[in-house]
Design a binder for this molecule. Structure first.
Ligand SMILES: C[S@@+](CC[C@H](N)C(=O)[O-])C[C@H]1O[C@@H](n2cnc3c(N)ncnc32)[C@H](O)[C@@H]1O
Length: 247
């Protein structure tokens, strides 16, 4: 059973204060890069939003022409926020665990997931589900916390003996559970290497189209000087894959 930390009151009251939730997509600095991986025109498309949270991308998909959107999330807190926006009968929000979700075959044109898959214990199962749920020609775009970010036992910048700020990489090749104290104590995530993300897509049948080890641009650093540290190690990994053939 997945952890569902977003339904913990202590975690949630901190989490909802993040700009990416108070402002929405404009508060997520990696969104322009992620959006650039998605089809520019979603007219007539069926869109799947895995770990939809407040539903920001589900609503964006509708605004950009999607005819049907399924947003899936484990957290009742997150789904309550999504359902608090004006109702749209073309968007369905479903409470489900992505570690056991079953999807209808050959149904969606685009599958999307933002900053959720690093919580899953069985990623190959979910990716295989996504592959069979996409129509031929379908696109899968997702972001996760970058493997260099998730690897260490203590994922915090430190000063080295010469006073340089460094990120203490350890355990990179040791995949599996990591417990961190981000927003609340005991948050459980799964560390996977970059090769595992790539190979999991390939083994499911996907063709890899693009990858981005996202970090802040010069312009963003000028606006937010504190983000310079994100150049020491990338915070996010963005990937785009295609299902080229019918099963
Ligand atoms: C960092 S939030 C991202 C939310 C949204 N995608 C966004 O970018 O604003 C991660 C989301 O994944 C959901 N989540 C985590 N584990 C999950 C699981 N096993 N099944 C479904 N949703 C899960 C959480 O409830 C949360 O809404």
């Amino acid at each position: 059973m997945a952890q569902n930390i977003y339904d913990s009151d202590d975690f949630f009251k901190e989490y909802i204060q993040l700009p990416r939730q108070t402002i929405g997509l404009d508060g997520a600095p990696e969104w322009p890069a992620l959006r650039s991986l998605l089809p520019t025109d979603l007219t007539g498309m069926k869109f799947l939003d895995l770990g939809c949270g407040f539903g920001w991308v589900s609503r964006w998909a509708r605004d950009n022409g999607a005819v049907q959107v399924l947003g899936v999330d484990l957290s009742e807190n997150m789904l309550a926020k999504a359902r608090g926006f004006p109702a749209d009968e073309a968007i369905t929000y479903l409470r489900a665990d992505l570690d056991s979700l079953e999807l209808l075959p050959n149904t969606y044109n685009v599958a999307f997931s933002s900053l959720t898959l690093h919580y899953l214990t069985d990623l190959p199962r979910l990716i295989a589900q996504v592959y069979q749920a996409l129509e031929a020609g379908g696109t899968f775009v997702f972001s996760v916390e970058h493997p260099l970010f998730t690897a260490p036992r203590r994922p915090e910048f430190i000063k080295d003996s010469e006073g340089y700020t460094v990120y203490p990489l350890d355990g990179y090749l040791k995949e599996g559970e990591r417990i961190t104290n981000w927003m609340a104590d005991g948050v459980m995530k799964q560390h996977r290497t970059l090769a595992t993300y790539v190979n999991t897509l390939i083994e499911a049948g996907f063709t890899l189209c693009a990858m981005d080890e996202w970090g802040p641009s010069d312009e963003l650093i000028a606006e937010h000087p504190g983000w310079e540290r994100s150049r020491i190690r990338p915070p996010f990994l963005l990937m785009k894959a295609s299902k080229l053939f019918q099963q």
